[in-house]
Design a protein. Structure first.
Ligand code: NAD
Length: 376
């Protein structure tokens, strides 16, 4: 924590591609809550990616590391882009998003899947399938095949090359994420669906056994079901309203959440948070970011949808600031902005008019102003 007691320190790190464009809108919205609703926040701008690399030789220069070390919450945009020799793979890997997640032990990634009824036409799924969809994909973020050793590419005696990775989970890693799932479900509709590939993978056999054990020992009041990942992908498209909390490992969660993005109409609508462990002072480091990436195909054009970043701010209000009413106010403002007809290109109906990234931010701020005036 920095400065005044009770003040929450937020590092704003736009990153690359459309990251800075959408994060600027999330930042404006958070500033609105600071100005109008006395949100106790201080901001630090933190550069990340190609720009600081070209200037200082590091993707994450010392000032950025200091800013995110000191931050209670990080509002991140995106990383990535077209392959370029300007940032060598080694420099990128050292300070990658994966490395940040590991450095701060951000093990629990929450991805809410919800579709505003005004956006039903933007989804490739039928409106009747979308009715009542409201679930969370809880993805384990510090383990699994993305971090498992051994890994590499080797040359075999016959001259072929062989690439290999290791899917690995320990009992404590499984219990840590499953506990978050059960606790989340208790505050929702009381249902957890654990997703694995137990019919093929030993790591999934252990996953299922340990989730079941923890459930029996401490969370018998929550309904627990298990599903294979291939079936889960199909069920998300067939009947997404059946889910409440879906918990799964790193790679399965990565893939399933992009699939679920289509339920929400666009990747540009999906917020997320990655939570670390609770420390001795009861605080928990959190990185808020859209689910989408740097979208190089539309970067720099001012057309990206900023609502995933803005809805990530709503998650921050609820989880880091403990301001549920403000979070709900912001979510209603997003609905009002959409209801007023504001649409970026990714969520527009055929033939409809589109607005820019900034204009979508303006529409949300206008809706917040209207709500505030009405409440006076
Ligand atoms: P992407 O999410 O960047 O884009 C996928 C598609 O969705 C593109 O057509 C893009 O234009 C569209 N899209 C994404 N966000 C949008 C938004 N806010 N508004 C409108 N349209 C949007 O995924 P990709 O193309 O597979 O990856 C591009 C780069 O991003 C890669 O380098 C990848 O590694 C990286 N990436 C980073 C993150 C992250 O920073 N957390 C996540 C995923 C991918």
């Amino acid at each position: 924590m920095n400065g005044r007691a009770n003040t929450i320190n937020v590092a704003v790190m736009g990153g690359e591609g459309i990251g800075p464009e959408v994060t600027a809108q999330g930042h404006r919205v958070l500033q609105w809550f600071a100005d109008r609703r006395a949100l106790p926040v201080t901001f630090t701008e933190a550069e990340y990616g190609k720009v600081p690399y070209l200037r200082e030789g590091e993707v994450m220069p010392p000032a950025t590391k200091a800013a995110i070390d000191a931050a209670d919450a990080i509002l991140f945009g995106a990383t990535g882009g077209p392959e370029t020799v300007e940032v060598p793979a080694e420099a990128r890997r050292k300070d990658s998003l994966l490395a940040i997640r590991q450095r701060y032990k951000l093990f629990a990634n929450l991805r809410p899947i919800f579709i505003d009824p005004v956006l039903h036409e933007a989804s490739p799924l039928k409106a009747r399938v979308l009715h009542g969809v409201d679930f969370i994909i809880l993805r384990e973020l510090n383990g699994g095949i993305y971090f498992g050793e051994p890994r590499g590419i080797e040359t075999l005696p016959d001259g072929q090359r062989r690439g290999f990775n290791t899917e690995t989970y320990t009992t404590s890693e499984i219990h840590r994420i499953a506990r978050v799932a059960f606790e989340l479900a208790r505050g929702r509709r009381g249902k957890v669906c654990s997703v694995d590939k137990q019919n093929v993978l030993e790591s999934s056999v252990l996953w299922r056994e340990e989730v079941t054990k923890l459930h029996a020992a401490e969370f018998a009041d929550v309904e627990l079901t298990h599903m294979y990942v291939d079936n889960a992908a199909m069920q998300i498209v067939r009947a997404p309203s059946q889910f409440d909390v879906m918990v799964t490992g790193n790679i399965f969660g990565d893939i399933l959440s992009d699939c679920a993005a289509m339920v929400a109409g666009s990747l540009g609508m999906l917020p997320s948070v990655s939570l670390g462990p609770v420390d001795a002072n009861g605080r928990r480091k959190a990185l808020y970011e859209p689910v989408h990436g740097s979208a190089p195909d539309i970067a720099g054009k001012g057309v990206a949808n900023p609502l995933a970043s803005i809805l990530s701010v709503a998650m921050m209000l609820r989880l880091t600031f403990g301001r549920s009413e403000d979070a709900a106010m912001l979510e209603r403002a997003v609905t009002a902005a959409l209801a007023s007809g504001a649409r970026t290109a990714d969520i527009v109906e055929p033939g409809g008019a589109t607005v820019s990234t900034t204009a979508m931010g303006d529409a949300v701020l206008a809706a917040l102003n209207t709500a505030e005036e009405a409440a006076r």
